[in-house]
Design a protein around this ligand. Structure first.
Ligand code: CP
Length: 323
């Protein structure tokens, strides 16, 4: 592979993850030091699905590094409406930009697209598959708010079947000494393939249908939205919508130090009264998307420059797991 792509956290080693988080911490402490660092770089944003945080924080990140972004815009205003394939679209856009960020409704789309590009490609969500840059900011936030990653007990609640942030996070946490408790209705359990990978990696995981009984053990409660748009049948969505909701009263049974995270957007799974509790950290988590994505781009661009002759530092070409 000629370039370093960030497609799945299954391919990110502990060392690669820590490299991004450490660099993000340096950048957050002194953003002025990198204000012109990538003044000649252009980032291509290709979003085939809606996004607020991922799209805008990547745009903010490249601009805060001194570079610029070009945006394909909505699918409706692009030549996708004329029937252009994803492969042709990204092949062309990779000639306009130094890296591409791709969100697409089909699982596997980012991996396929990476075969057709001549610059690094970051998967910003492929259907119910993966969302690796979200995981990096989730881990950064856990490290910041819970004091580290080793030794953490993490509860992950909500739509574990379709939630790509869940699949990415679960895989990444296997690189750390963390316990994972998955809380969902039976119909939204983790997919078999994700459970198999967790089992193979020796992860310490348990599954629950209720938060009751496990909440008091958690250092982090990671709440997710039920992914309505991915349900083939609206009636199936209605059966589970609103079932996994927390409010300030729920958190009376949590440890005082328990941090509540959410990749956002939320619908009604976290009541607004949680925002005023000391547990709520999801807005700071979203803000962490900028320094973390600055760090990711910085390391990818350094890798694309040859990185002083070393292997590229992140993703499938250079930061992969040794298994
Ligand atoms: N967390 C996340 O991916 O948010 P957006 O869909 O707004 O990008």
């Amino acid at each position: 592979m000629d370039h370093d792509h960030v497609i799945s956290t299954r391919e990110l080693s502990r060392a690669a993850i820590e490299r991004v988080l450490d660099r993000a911490a340096e950048i957050a402490a002194d953003p002025g030091a990198v204000a012109d660092r990538h003044a000649d770089r252009v980032l291509g944003l290709c979003f085939f699905e809606p996004s607020t945080r991922t799209r805008m924080s990547f745009e903010a990140a490249i601009k805060r590094l001194g570079g610029d972004a070009i945006d394909m815009g909505g699918v409706d205003s692009s030549s996708v409406t004329k029937g252009e394939s994803l492969a042709d679209t990204v092949r062309v856009l990779s000639g306009y930009a130094d890296a591409l960020v791709l969100r697409h409704p089909s699982e596997g789309a980012a991996r396929m697209a990476s075969e057709f590009v001549s610059v690094p490609l970051i998967n910003a969500g492929d259907g119910a598959g993966q969302h690796p840059s979200q995981t990096l900011l989730d881990l950064y936030s856990m490290r910041e708010f819970a004091g580290g990653l080793d030794g953490l007990t993490v509860g992950i609640m909500g739509d574990l079947k379709y939630g790509r942030t869940v699949h990415s996070l679960a895989a990444a946490l296997t690189e750390f000494d963390a316990r994972q408790h998955f809380v969902s209705p039976e119909s939204l359990r983790l997919p078999r393939g994700v459970r198999y990978d967790l089992h193979e990696s020796g992860a310490r995981v348990r599954e629950h249908e209720s938060l009751e009984g496990v909440l008091g053990e958690l250092d982090v409660l990671y709440v997710t939205r039920i992914q309505r748009e991915r349900f083939p049948d609206e009636n199936e969505y209605r059966k589970v919508a609103g079932e996994y909701r927390i409010d300030a009263a729920t958190l009376e049974d949590a440890r005082a130090e328990c941090v509540v995270l959410h990749p956002l957007p939320r619908v009604d799974e976290i009541a607004p009264d949680v925002d005023d509790t000391p547990h709520a950290a999801y807005f700071e988590q979203a803000h962490n998307g900028v320094p973390v994505r600055m760090a990711l781009l910085d390391l990818l661009f350094d890798g694309a420059n040859g990185g002083n002759g070393e292997q590229s530092p992140i993703g499938s070409a250079g930061g992969g797991r040794d298994r």
